[in-house]
Design a protein around this ligand. Sequence first.
Ligand SMILES: C=C(O[C@H]1C=CC=C(C(=O)O)[C@@H]1O)C(=O)O
Ligand SMILES: [Mg+2]
Length: 461
Amino acid sequence: MIEIKEKQLEHLLDSAIKEIQYHDELQLVSITKEISYANPFHFFDKAKAIGKDRTFWTSTGDQFYLVGAGNAYEIIAEDSRFEGTEEGWNNLINEAIIHNKYKYPGTGIVALGGMSFDPRKAPSDLWNKFKPSQFTIPEYMLTIRKNNFYFTANVFVKKDDHSVQLANDIKRHENELISQMETSLTAINIKDKKEIEPDKWKETVRYATEEISDHKAEKIVLAREIRLKFDKQADIGTILNKLIDTQSNSYIFAFEKGEDCFVGATPERLVRVENKRLLSTCLAGTAPRGKTKEEDERISHDLLNDEKNRQEHDFVVKMINHSIKNHCTNIKIPDEPVIYPLKNLQHLYTPVTAKLKDRYSIFDIIKQLHPTPALGGTPRTESLAFIREHELLDRGWYGAPVGWLDSNQNGEFAVAIRSGLIQGDEASLFAGCGVVKDSDPEAEYEETNIKFLPMLSVLGG
Ligand SMILES: C=C(O[C@H]1C=CC=C(C(=O)O)[C@@H]1O)C(=O)O
Ligand SMILES: [Mg+2]
């Protein structure tokens, strides 16, 4: 049986090589097959062992995983990021030879990546490995969907390549990546924790409330940074493992670029498109969890009825509705938010469903939505100008869209919050909050403290 499969692989590679006999070009071949089982964490760790940069994505609610090893190709766009990325992707898949008989969302050739929050903010050194828009097509990828497992290899072939050799190479890497191993977790401890200018940050929050009172904006989201030093190198596999154990109802992601890795567990979906069905979410307005069931219910009730939090939330609902109305039909948005409970905090949540019109893609929607008032503010131009000028950090990919897309126009993007940039034995964590007219700097500061917890707690904090 295995022999037949290997022959098929050889045959596919062979016909690709034949197709380019008269060109001096490389031909991308993407081959997907179903496998019986692979552990996503083992796959992730093995990828490191064979020297590959890794990408990781899971939506914990759906038991859906994408784990990538290496870079067969990268789409990088500096200006016109949305159009540039989409064009790069379309060109790639139009030219590629794709063998994927499964057609389920997230199988076959997939691009995983993200972008920076604001390409107009002066970049700092911190994020120099992360481009304004950067998507990876992994060399090898594991998809887990509804308890089915798929292995994809993406290879560039040249006219003088030998199919047997290429097939053996793929097979060897596949065996390595999907083999079982002992799960080993490496615990780290925080040696040093430095909050970046918390007093100045509170000043900026106060200044933002004044600008809002002066009608220069209605809402401005302000973020801050914590810099950590550990007693040893942080192990990304361990961090992901712990995030999955502790952060339900979240997207857990990692984008590794050499020594640097952007990791997070965000509850905030930006948009999912599956067979033209669109799902977006408004998530803004925050309170802590209660220690007892009674206290928790009381806090939820207060959050649902709190004018300041409702205002933060309603800006997002209005904006999402407005942004997608020309691109979609059948838009459905409930009148009232509900509670979205997480381990350390709870949010106000309103789902948005719609049907994406045929001529639009997920990128058209991301371009409209980013940044929503959950991360930027209202109005967009004024709030972004304020953030650009007064916020004390380079957000890099924090607060921006991260996710994946496949070659059948499916994809999903989250907003990269509850996240951090891990750099060997150091890390920067980020958290922000929506400042409106009635914001109290001290209370907003406390709110960011709880938003740091999901990452801090898995980093030994
Ligand atoms: C900016 C963040 O959260 C946003 C998302 C949900 C609730 C928010 C809030 O209540 O302020 C923020 O708008 C963050 O976690 O860093
Ligand atoms: Mg808030």
